[in-house]
Ligand binder design. Structure first.
Ligand code: HEC
Ligand code: HEC
Length: 328
């Protein structure tokens, strides 16, 4: 059961963009996801036991539209818990029906992150969780408006006092949200069980796919380590038009060598989080494998680790089966 492996298994809340989620704040102190699941222990960086009041507050804020200017959009409107905290549409809708500029990434295992967002615009989760609030397309609530609005809110005002011992501040808002987000875990997959000695955990096709991932398909060169990402930036040509790369990480650093580079996402939880890539342009895992078989998209900046792969159709199916096994 996929759901059983998610740190937030009991959630059955289905949210459409713009729908206003309502969760009573006093029922949110559940002790979920405090420990990284098997397969991730070795990844380290697991945060310690959180303050339960801050965790509950962060969880409540995540589901509440109070942080958007016109009170219509919550974090969960785009990062949908029923969809691996990603969005089933390529581009999410923010306030006033505006379209986000990139695909909403999954929040699974971001507690292990080193850079945040597709271009690494933030270097800490506490900083990243505040950016969508201020973003005029996504939530459009000015930074200076956050604390006054929360202090005056009959539910959140007292909840901040209880959790932090002082009236709401922007820093404490980031801390509460991050305390929640860094506990959205996925681990203990069939691949982890196989690697820890349960040889029946993977079928023949999935085992062949794991071997391809580790050998000639070269996926491990970037999707490395226990969370299947090097937390680094690479140019794969996603979104390129007529051979021209998008700016990508260049937008943040201004370095020419960063043109076309985007952050490597985890491969865990993919069965939940379609569509794929920063433009949500690939609908299925078979499409993703086809993309890598042709060596990504041709751009001058393309990462040297990518080149057309010699792979049979059967091998391509095996690779996709392996990717699914990372969510099972
Ligand atoms: C309108 C849709 C939308 C809303 C609302 C939204 N996000 Fe996001 N989120 C995105 C998109 C799109 C990105 C990627 C931005 C980019 O790379 O340019 C993102 C990126 C992130 C990341 C970085 C993930 C990574 O892979 O490093 C985190 C963490 C995050 N959002 C948390 C939140 C939180 C917390 C809230 C609520 C305060 C929120 N988001 C509200 C769409 C949304
Ligand atoms: C050169 C580094 C590199 C290699 C090698 C690589 N990837 Fe990626 N992968 C990335 C980057 C960077 C992205 C994000 C690209 C974007 O959206 O602009 C990505 C995105 C993905 C995604 C989309 C995940 C999501 O949440 O949207 C999947 C799936 C994926 N890669 C699978 C693979 C597989 C399978 C292989 C081996 C055939 C592979 N990758 C090889 C760097 C790499």
């Amino acid at each position: 059961m996929l759901a059983a492996r998610l740190g937030l298994a009991s959630w059955t809340i289905a949210l459409a963009a713009g729908e206003t989620p309502r969760l009573p704040i006093d029922t949110l102190a559940a002790d979920f996801g405090l420990v990284a699941p098997p397969g991730l222990h070795a990844a380290g960086a697991a945060p310690g036991t959180p303050d339960s009041a801050r965790l509950a507050l962060g969880r409540a804020l995540f589901f509440d539209p109070v942080l958007s200017g016109d009170r219509t959009i919550a974090c969960a409107s785009c990062h949908r818990p029923d969809h691996g905290f990603a969005d089933p549409v390529p581009y999410s809708l923010g306030v006033r029906g505006q379209t986000a500029l990139r695909h909403t990434p999954s929040l699974l295992n971001r507690g292990l992150g080193e850079y945040f967002s597709w271009t690494g615009q933030a270097m800490t989760l506490r900083e990243q969780v505040l950016l969508p609030i201020h973003n005029q397309i996504e939530m459009d609530l000015g930074f200076e408006e956050i604390a006054p609005r929360l202090r005056g809110d009959p539910r959140f005002g007292p909840a901040f006092e209880a959790a932090f011992g002082r009236p709401a501040t922007i820093t404490d808002t980031g801390d509460a949200l991050a305390t929640f987000v860094e506990r959205i875990w996925i681990g203990d997959s069939a691949v982890d069980r196989f690697q820890s000695g349960d040889f029946d955990a993977l079928n023949e096709s999935e085992r062949a796919g794991l071997w391809l991932y580790e050998s000639k398909a070269g996926c491990w060169r970037c999707h490395a380590g226990r969370n299947y990402t090097d937390e680094d930036f690479h140019a794969t040509g996603v979104g390129a038009r007529e051979g021209r790369a998008l700016p990508g990480r260049f937008e943040i650093t201004g370095e020419d060598s960063d043109r076309g580079r985007f952050k490597t996402p985890t491969l865990r939880g993919l069965a939940l989080t379609a569509p794929y890539m920063h433009d949500g342009g690939l609908a299925t895992l078979e499409d993703v494998v086809a993309f890598y078989r042709r060596g990504g998209n041709p751009i001058a900046e393309r990462d040297e680790r990518l080149a057309p792969l010699e792979m049979t159709d059967a091998e391509a199916l095996n690779l996709a089966a392996f990717l699914r096994a990372l969510s099972r």
